[in-house]
Design a protein around this ligand. Structure first.
Ligand SMILES: C[S@@+](CC[C@H](N)C(=O)[O-])C[C@H]1O[C@@H](n2cnc3c(N)ncnc32)[C@H](O)[C@@H]1O
Length: 240
């Protein structure tokens, strides 16, 4: 699996209170190791079952626990403006698209290697964002308009080999950044999943030239034992 998020579900979206961190008290369940199930998948299952964000996502109708990461980032940095046009790279199963609409976006163009079940108002494409054809399709879906916010939660399947995983995630963040710099409206923002302590200087310097503020963020919903972090670039200076 590419992410540590919950598998796709179709449920009604209810408003979320991202400020209240879920409590784990008294809720831990044990998972029996089934014959034939590898320890790693038993561990994954145990973590899913006992993860308070997974429970909350289910209860509040989000398709993935990652929805809380965007809610928390938005609470902290005020990213999703009323009426915003949003691009969601690595959109499946749709948690961030749900949050974008809930927080006031007027349109979302999403793309993923996997199909994302429909969400009213969203244009959801299937394709590999590292292919120029897919990038063109996303640009075309914006119908010549600019975007106010480009989100990238793209993550390739991990190999367990840190340098390889690092290169893969950074090349996705870079592809998203270059796209963002082409389509963002002045003042717009770009968010990308990266690995902690690992944003290449070249990308960081490029973003610092193009945006007024660039920071790394680790929202509480991002698992403490994961090297994942987010790059938050705000105040796009516009194209020369
Ligand atoms: C962590 S999940 C995204 C979860 C999503 N933000 C949500 O809230 O539902 C990462 C996604 O990135 C997608 N992805 C990875 N590489 C990609 C690529 N080259 N092009 C498009 N999507 C990609 C994966 O298929 C996966 O669905």
């Amino acid at each position: 699996m590419a992410s540590d998020d919950e598998r796709p579900r179709r449920r009604r979206v209810k408003p979320a209170d991202a400020s209240a961190a879920p409590s784990k008290a008294g809720l831990t369940e044990r998972v029996k190791t089934a014959r034939g199930r590898k320890t790693a998948s038993t561990e994954w299952l145990k973590r899913q079952i006992n993860d308070p964000y997974v429970r909350r996502a289910k209860a509040q109708g989000y398709r993935a626990r990652s929805a809380f990461k965007l809610l928390e980032l938005d609470d902290q940095y005020g990213l999703i403006k009323k009426g915003a046009r949003v691009v969601d790279l690595g959109a499946a199963p749709g948690g961030w698209t749900q949050v974008a609409f809930e927080r006031g976006a007027s349109s979302v163009v999403g793309v993923d290697l996997l199909e994302t079940a429909p969400i009213a108002g969203a244009t959801l494409l299937v394709g590999d964002f590292t292919d120029e054809e897919t990038v063109e399709a996303v640009r075309a879906a914006l119908e010549g308009g600019e975007a106010d916010l480009v989100l990238s939660d793209m993550a390739a399947n991990t190999t367990g080999h840190r340098p390889t995983d690092h290169l893969r995630i950074m090349s996705l963040a870079e592809a998203g950044a270059h796209f963002a710099m082409e389509v963002l409206t002045p003042g717009g923002a770009y968010i990308a999943k990266v690995l902690k302590g690992g944003t290449e200087n070249t990308l960081l310097n490029e973003l610092k030239r193009a945006f007024k503020e660039v920071r790394h963020a680790k929202p509480p919903a991002s698992r403490a034992d994961s090297a994942e972090a987010y790059l938050v670039a705000q105040g796009f200076r516009g194209r020369a």
